[in-house]
Design a protein around this ligand. Structure first.
Ligand code: SF4
Length: 348
């Protein structure tokens, strides 16, 4: 999952535009029909979250830009515009891969100035999107973080995470490792329409089970809740029941935000698929990116008794506590130069 939008007007060495330093090659492969990979050498791996973002972590790593999960509501979409790509189709199909991210991360974590603060993965684009199967960047990242005594959290919709569960379990012997799975709807036809590139809800429930079997207690991000589409009493009831049965103990429920170019991309889809909802959405999001407080209260009142019913705890991020260090238990559960930073809108 995921968080709230931050705004940075910066880049990570592959930006703006792909023609600048860092681009190694552009690849298309039959395994990923319609997808173009832009393989780059990044200058930095760690990204600092701005002060005031009110997030439970200050550092993130994002091995890729763009996401094959293709969620219509994705808040990371506008970051593609820093690459001179568009936030719609290009975000879904033009994937920037930081080929050297693990090596750069190791170097950054070895600096004397690094104090082992928690690092979050999955805050911008999904680290276990399908492309990770081709590039295998995460094992090196996990080893670098664990080896340096850095606690970390992973948020994903990607069932490819299962591949790395043994490695994550080993890492959790050294540092706090938290795993969170994003699952906001159970109906596969709704999921296919809104998140067409994601693994099915059933596969994500299996992922939660597998994470439990590996010794983790995965947090679940029921986010974003899509107003009038996935916020029904029955839909939420069966979702929480399934999540609890899979082994999750805590969830975060957040309504959808619609900001920047994401808004147009989502509304175009809504007009095509749910034309009768367009007027209601205009009213709901008429004053900005966020739903009005009345909707938030309504959703909370709907959700709270359902969470109680299914024995789920609300809140928590799945991220290690800020300041938790290598000795902080095994929960399993700088301003830099302009060229070294990257735009970092959090997803939900
Ligand atoms: S919301 Fe997450 S999984 Fe979906 S496209 Fe964005 S980064 Fe990928």
């Amino acid at each position: 999952m995921r968080w709230i939008e931050q705004t940075l007007d910066v880049d990570d060495g592959a930006l703006p535009g792909l023609g600048r330093a860092g681009l190694v090659r552009t690849v298309a492969t039959p395994e990923f029909e319609g997808v173009t990979f832009h393989e780059v050498l990044c200058k930095s791996a760690l990204t600092q979250v701005p002060e005031g973002a009110r997030l439970p972590f200050r550092w993130t790593v994002n091995p890729m830009r763009g996401c094959l999960h293709q969620c219509r509501y994705c808040f990371a979409r506008p970051t593609h515009e820093y690459l001179d790509l568009d936030a719609g189709k290009d975000f879904d199909t033009q994937i920037v891969v930081k080929m050297n991210v693990a090596a750069v991360l190791r170097r950054e974590l070895a600096r004397r100035s690094w104090h082992g603060e928690p690092v979050a993965l999955g805050t911008n684009t999904d680290p276990y999107q399908r492309a990770e199967g081709r590039y295998r960047l995460m094992p090196g990242i996990i080893r670098a973080l664990a080896g340096s005594g850095t606690p970390f959290s992973i948020l994903t919709k990607g069932t490819l995470l299962r591949r790395d569960l043994p490695l994550l379990a080993a890492a959790s012997e050294r540092v706090d490792v938290s795993v969170a799975v994003s699952l906001a709807m159970l109906d596969p036809s709704v999921q296919k329409a809104i998140e067409p590139g994601t693994p099915s809800p059933a596969a994500r429930l299996e992922l939660i089970r597998a994470a439990c079997q590996a010794g983790f207690t995965p947090h679940v991000m029921v986010a974003p809740v899509i107003p009038y589409i996935t916020d029904g009493q029955r839909e939420l009831d069966v979702l929480f029941a399934a999540v609890a049965a899979a082994g999750a103990r805590s969830v975060t429920v957040m309504p959808m935000h619609l900001r920047g170019s994401t808004r147009g991309w989502f509304m175009e889809w809504l007009a095509r698929e749910h034309p009768k909802l367009v007027g209601r959405y205009r009213r709901l999001y008429g004053h900005g990116a966020y739903v009005p407080v009345e909707y938030k209260i309504w959703l909370r009142e709907r959700v709270t008794p359902l969470l109680d019913k299914h024995g789920l705890v609300s809140g928590g991020s799945g991220a290690p506590e800020r300041g938790a260090g290598p000795d902080g238990g095994t929960a399993r559960s700088a301003e830099r130069s302009r060229a070294d930073r990257e735009p970092e809108p959090m997803l939900f």
